[in-house]
Design a protein around this ligand. Structure first.
Ligand SMILES: O=C(O)C(=O)C[C@H](O)[C@@H](O)CO
Length: 266
């Protein structure tokens, strides 16, 4: 028996758009609710949400096969990637990738020898159904989906080279960090940032790889989809809960006291 088929990876390879939601609440309970909504993928954020390996594990268990979990570790360190893969994540989004060399190192980190340097502990791991998947070691590499994030101007200039790395399954543009790097802190929708994103998307597609992005502006999200973005997150659990609770109380008071959050589009 092989490692579970990564249907999200397959969908990206076939350029079937995958619509996702970004999860920062770090709760298996809310992750399960979001999975039930029907999003194709859910991003479990270990970079900007207070997640650790046990909290990521419990969210993976809660999501199950109801949606596809993509885990973002805080940084692309080999030892951390090994832990995230062992708890059963098959798709990773690695932040702040600045060069093709860094992307190549990440490819090695997600693969077992001789193709990489992932440590072998699958006998203890949820990823191998606790050693009940006999062919796990031989088949795991093929089912890992490695997505890398470019989010500075210099990384964006190298987007084509990074995307072209064999083993990189997709490239995500981080609009907030890119905006900050371009001098537009808190303004990922600034025209200059959108222009840079459009060029980045072209470079990624030109290298023959799928692209991804996050925005909670649904008009912009539809535009990204029309521009060929394949894995698109259209909001965050934190944003949705924050907006809904504010609106709810304002509705009760019968007033327009709802105030938009400042400094973020999420
Ligand atoms: O730069 C970005 O944009 C991202 O990387 C996504 C954000 O980190 C996400 O957490 C929303 O705040």
């Amino acid at each position: 028996m092989p490692a579970p088929k990564n249907l999200f990876k397959q969908a990206l390879a076939e350029r079937r758009p995958q619509i996702g939601l970004w999860l920062g609440l770090t709760s298996p309970y809310t992750a399960e609710i979001c999975a039930g909504a029907g999003y194709d993928w859910l991003l479990l954020d270990g970079e900007h949400a207070p997640n650790d390996i046990p909290s990521l594990l419990s969210q993976l268990q809660a999501i199950g096969t109801a949606s596809h979990a993509v885990v973002r570790p805080p940084i692309g360190e080999t030892w951390l990637i090994k832990q995230v893969l062992d708890i059963g994540a098959q798709s990773l989004l690695v932040p702040m990738v600045e060069s093709a060399e860094q992307a190549q190192a990440l490819v090695r980190a997600v693969r077992y020898p001789p193709h990489g340097m992932r440590g072998v502990g699958a006998a203890l791991a949820r990823a191998s159904a606790f050693n009940r998947i006999p062919d796990y070691l031989q088949t795991a590499n093929a089912e890992i989906c490695l997505l890398v994030q470019v989010e500075t101007l210099s990384a964006l200039e190298k987007a084509a080279e990074i995307a072209a790395v064999d083993g990189v399954d997709g490239v995500f543009i981080g609009p907030s960090d890119l905006a900050a790097d371009m001098g537009f802190l808190g303004r990922p929708g600034a025209p200059e940032v959108l222009e840079a994103i459009a060029l980045g998307l072209e470079a990624i597609h030109g290298a023959g790889k799928p692209s991804g992005i996050l925005t909670s502006d649904l008009m912009l999200a539809r535009r990204y989809l029309a521009d060929g973005v394949s894995f698109l997150a259209i909001g965050t659990d934190v944003g949705l809960l924050g907006q809904a609770t504010t609106r709810h109380l304002a509705a009760f008071h019968g007033s327009a006291r709802e105030k938009p959050a400042t400094g973020s589009v999420y």
